[in-house]
Design a protein around this ligand. Structure first.
Ligand SMILES: *[C@@H]1O[C@H](CO)[C@@H](O)[C@H](O)[C@H]1NC(C)=O
Ligand SMILES: *[C@@H]1O[C@H](CO)[C@@H](O)[C@H](O)[C@H]1NC(C)=O
Ligand SMILES: *[C@@H]1O[C@H](CO)[C@@H](O)[C@H](O)[C@H]1NC(C)=O
Ligand SMILES: *[C@@H]1O[C@H](CO)[C@@H](O)[C@H](O)[C@H]1NC(C)=O
Length: 459
């Protein structure tokens, strides 16, 4: 099935317009890649986005992993003795288009503690096919030594924002060489059970993937970091319970390389407490952030709330529980449901695939902003509900967007309503009295004095 749909995708891959192109990306199961960089970073049944690249005049083919939180492009060198033999790919000496500065550079990738050592090479790097979308004289790293954990990889293409402190940007080079018009990338990642294809659009974004129930609007957020796709986060809730513990504003970092949601330790603690309240057997390790409960996820999932995320506006992005738990087994072979959560190393929240599977992402390098929209295969929702339905919060992260009225206004409205209601009641009562009085006056004029007592008693 996978192969068939990949072929269909390759045939269908359209050129959206001049200066923009869309390419299919392979969503590769981790187990197939046998990656084991970090037990908590990579989880079973997770997928990584890989695209096809060609290096140098010999068109050496490599499947590179897209990573939005690092910058350099690197590919495994033919001379890399520590590399898996099947991944020993590129050699600058075999490429007539290479201009090697021949400096051995130690490069520290942004993920984990991994150091990549390689030759700093300039050569032609093409994406998708050998000729159409190429960055010429592009500087990248030809890796000559890898740590054991990276053995299954052929390389990585960094998609982090354009910053002089970052490595050379592949996207920026494509713009400089007029291969694409805009310094913009659209990313569609769909989960293994969602259907739909994962694609990357270079030079713009794909506007044909909107969920039909939405108003087809892209929500834009200004980034707060020069080096990461990071935007302000006003609130993050578990159901109706905010996980913010103070008024400190947090940031959300988007990372396609990460298969879960990372929370700062205070927020994680609150999440763990609330999750335990919902599912008593939930067990969380407060140092690693690893949470689980016995049994199948599906048996308990209705007791878990959606995670609700609000960035800098009133839109609330939902992640249903099924997006942040997965089925696994204990060492003894019993079913166990695990959370795709862990503790972040700082005060920021990292949003990986549980979020990205549901929302189309637009990286706009031109004005340092990130655009989001709900795509058609999403399991989630976006709703402009703001953040006013809070209960059980001990802090406010979203004061700016709080739609509720100040207390004096509420008091004024209540008083006004009381006055109006009072006036209406008084009016009705007085009217009825006057009516009765009028009737009685008519009767007085007709009746004998002895019946007037009866009339008076009704007043
Ligand atoms: C290699 O490419 C970088 C930009 O990617 C450029 O600044 C540098 O001058 C190039 N080096 C050579 C030897 O062409
Ligand atoms: C950035 O550019 C996009 C598209 O060109 C635009 O719609 C958006 O409003 C801009 N965002 C910001 C924060 O300036
Ligand atoms: C959250 O609050 C809203 C409004 O008070 C309510 O309709 C909804 O059911 C609550 N959701 C949860 C998960 O408690
Ligand atoms: C949680 O995941 C992040 C992102 O991959 C990783 O950097 C971090 O080390 C993990 N934290 C723990 C405590 O394992």
């Amino acid at each position: 099935m996978r192969n068939l749909s990949m072929i269909a995708l390759l045939i269908a891959a359209p050129i959206v317009s001049a200066g923009v192109f869309k390419i299919p990306v392979e969503s590769t199961p981790i187990d197939e890649l046998k990656l084991a960089m970090d037990g908590t970073t990579f989880l079973p049944k997770d997928h990584l986005l890989r695209g096809v690249f060609y290096f140098g005049s010999a068109h050496v083919k490599a499947n590179l992993i897209f990573d939005t939180s690092s910058d350099w492009v690197f590919v495994m060198d033919k001379q890399c003795l520590s590399c898996d033999p099947s991944n020993r790919l590129y050699e600058w000496k075999e490429s007539t288009s290479a201009a090697n500065s021949d400096i051995i550079t130690a490069y520290n990738a942004n993920y984990g503690q991994i150091v990549v050592v390689g030759d700093d090479v300039n050569d032609t790097v093409c994406i998708q096919n050998k000729f159409d979308y190429c960055a010429k004289n592009f500087r990248f790293l030809s890796v000559t030594d890898v740590s054991k954990k990276m053995l299954p990889m052929q390389g990585v293409v960094g998609m982090a924002p354009d910053d002089p402190k970052n490595g050379p940007s592949f996207v920026a080079t494509l713009v400089d060489q007029k291969v694409i018009d805009k310094k913009m990338v659209g990313i569609m990642i769909t989960g293994p059970d969602q259907g739909g294809d994962s694609t990357i659009t270079m030079g713009g974004y794909d506007d044909t993937q909107f969920d039909k129930y939405t108003d087809r609007v892209v929500y834009w957020y200004k980034t707060t970091s020069d080096q990461l796709w990071q935007i302000p986060l006003n609130d993050l809730k578990f159901g109706n319970y905010t996980l913010f513990t103070d008024n400190y504003k947090r940031n959300a970092i988007f990372n396609s390389f990460f298969k879960g949601i990372s929370l700062p330790s205070d927020m994680f603690k609150k999440f763990a407490e609330l999750a335990q309240k919902q599912i008593r057997l939930t067990n969380c390790d407060q140092t690693t952030g690893f949470c689980r409960f016995p049994g199948l996820c599906s048996k308990q999932i209705r007791n878990l709330f959606d995670i609700k995320i609000q960035f800098g506006d009133v839109q609330v992005y939902n992640i249903p529980a099924k997006g942040y738990v997965y089925d696994s087994t204990t060492d003894e072979g019993y079913p166990e449901c695990r959370y795709r959560m862990n503790i972040s190393s700082d005060n920021n929240i990292v949003l990986g695939t549980p979020f990205l599977y549901n929302y189309y992402q637009i990286l706009n390098y031109e004005n340092n902003s990130l655009g989001l929209y709900l795509h058609q295969f999403s399991d989630s929702t976006i709703a402009p509900t703001g953040i006013d339905e809070r209960t059980g919060n001990t802090g406010s992260g979203g004061g700016d967007n709080d739609n509720s009225l100040p207390p004096w206004a509420v008091a004024l409205i209540v008083i006004s309503i009381l006055i109006i209601v009072g006036a209406i009641i008084a009016f009705v009562v007085i009217r009825r009295r006057n009516q009765k009085l009028g009737e009685q006056l008519v009767e007085y004029s007709k009746l004998e004095p002895d019946t007037s007592n009866k009339a008076k008693s009704t007043l």
